[in-house]
Design a protein around this ligand. Structure first.
Ligand code: UD1
Length: 423
């Protein structure tokens, strides 16, 4: 199995380019099912999750040419509407094909994703909303079987809780439904905005893009013709992670192809910790803090502080000069698996309920650590960059799911990081 070996304490410098956002690319790839014609996607991140979803399209009968950052997809040839367990269990976001398959074909079977390292992550809100749109849904043999032989109809959907994937599934379902769908308490993440814009550019009326109320006039079953090509937005979590790399190694680094607005919450927190920035169009340079200060974080929905940046900030907070940082996780009940691994590198982090108290330590020291989920993995890499000696980060298949060429980009900045295999 692959692992990363990192020799810490190297000063970083230089610039890197941020890849397309995994979490934007996934719904965009799923939305290609809404069309029976060819569509080209560009700026895809070259990560395992995208390859997995594209593989699923191929299994359904879609024609896909995919080369790293570009995919040409034609879903006119889909013959199956079953997303099998082997794929969905590898990547929960495969559940995003539920809305698009059902609305285009009037039926589908999608495996239930099952458990996840960061919490239960149910899909009850997706299912309830599809039922409100006229779907008959049955859970059998580990699969969601959904049927709407005469197509879905528009409905007023009020989400009890803001859900990114749920909002995306219903946007896709609504695009080909009969009549108007109003989604109340919709997610406002930039990735949701990209999906809305993709559908709007295909001629569907979508109102309230980027707000908590989205209204969509469905085409009544007519497949969409997408404007070509669709360029995936920059990855705000990847950008935030590299900013944290600058902060934790006290280095000045520049990121190209970033959307400043999308990473404002991370910029604000790093600023409160003493870092500063030079911001030009799509380009951000982080200037390290003279003295890193503690931080107080509560994760919440966009535009609040993203749960996907919580672990990385915890790593940075562990080496501030003095003072305790408090990090409260409000979105996922079990998203602190990285704490015990970080503590193996010498951090002093205590958990009480859904809050972590991060007490500063004088130094971190290299050790063998285990990645537990995608963002937890990058937190371990960040801590390793600041630690004395050698750290081995095991189970990096988590990292490969979502970070495009992490070790290549960090090496380009001067980090001593090597991918090795213990097989
Ligand atoms: C997406 C992101 C993930 C991010 C998360 C929150 C993708 C591929 N993944 O995940 O990186 O961490 O948003 O910003 O975009 N919930 C329910 N019932 C449901 C659906 C969700 O209770 O039917 C709960 C979840 O368990 C969680 C909260 O709602 O506690 C938010 O989850 P959601 O926004 O749906 O996350 P994902 O779309 O899975």
């Amino acid at each position: 199995m692959d692992y990363l070996e990192i020799v810490g304490k190297q000063k970083l410098s230089g610039e890197i380019t941020i890849s397309g956002a995994k979490n934007a690319a996934l719904p965009v790839v799923a939305a290609t099912i809404l069309s029976d014609q060819e569509v080209t996607l560009t700026n895809l991140p070259d990560v395992v999750d995208i390859r997995t979803l594209i593989r699923l399209l191929g299994m359904l009968g879609g024609e896909v040419k995919h080369d790293k950052t570009v995919a040409v997809i034609n879903n006119g040839s889909i013959t199956s509407t079953k997303a099998i367990y082997e794929i969905v269990s590898q990547m929960r976001a495969s559940i995003l094909v539920l809305g698009s398959l059902l609305t285009r074909f009037g039926e589908c079977e999608v495996s239930l994703p099952g458990g996840c390292a960061i919490g239960q992550r149910p899909i009850d809100l997706h299912l309830k909303a599809l039922e409100a749109m006229g779907a008959a849904i049955e859970i059998k043999g580990g699969y969601v079987r959904a049927e709407a032989p005469n197509g879905l109809h528009g409905a007023k959907i009020i989400f009890d809780k803001i859900t990114v994937g749920g909002t995306e599934n219903i946007i896709m379902a609504a695009a080909l439904a009969h009549g108007t769908t109003e989604i109340i308490n919709a997610a406002r993440e930039p990735e949701v905005v990209q999906l809305c814009e993709m559908i709007a550019q295909a001629g569907v009326s979508v109102e309230g893009i980027g707000t908590g109320t989205i209204t969509i006039e469905g085409t009544g079953g007519k497949p969409l013709v997408f404007a070509d090509p669709i360029e995936i937005i920059p990855d705000r979590i990847e950008a935030g992670t590299y900013l944290c790399a600058g902060a934790i190694t006290h280095s000045e680094i520049t990121l190209n192809k970033v959307n400043q607005e999308h990473i404002q919450a991370s910029l604000d927190k790093l600023e409160s910790m003493g870092c500063s920035f030079t911001i030009e169009k799509e380009r951000i340079t982080i200037h390290p803090a003279k003295q890193l200060k503690p931080v107080s974080i509560i994760t919440t929905e966009y535009p609040g502080f993203p749960t996907d940046m919580q672990a990385q900030f915890m790593a940075v907070a562990s080496i501030v000069e003095e003072g305790e940082s408090l990090i409260e996780e409000r979105l996922f009940e079990n998203r602190f698996m990285h704490v015990s691994e970080l503590n193996r590198l010498g951090t002093d982090i205590w958990l009480k309920g859904n809050t972590a108290a991060v007490r500063p330590v004088k130094e971190l020291n290299g050790a063998v650590v285990m990645a537990t989920d995608l963002r937890a993995s990058s937190a371990l890499v960040l801590a390793a960059l600041a630690a004395n000696g050698v750290t081995q980060v095991k189970r990096i298949y988590h990292l490969d799911r979502g970070y495009d060429n992490l070790e290549g980009k960090l090496s380009a900045l001067g980090a001593d990081i090597t991918r090795k295999s213990d097989r």
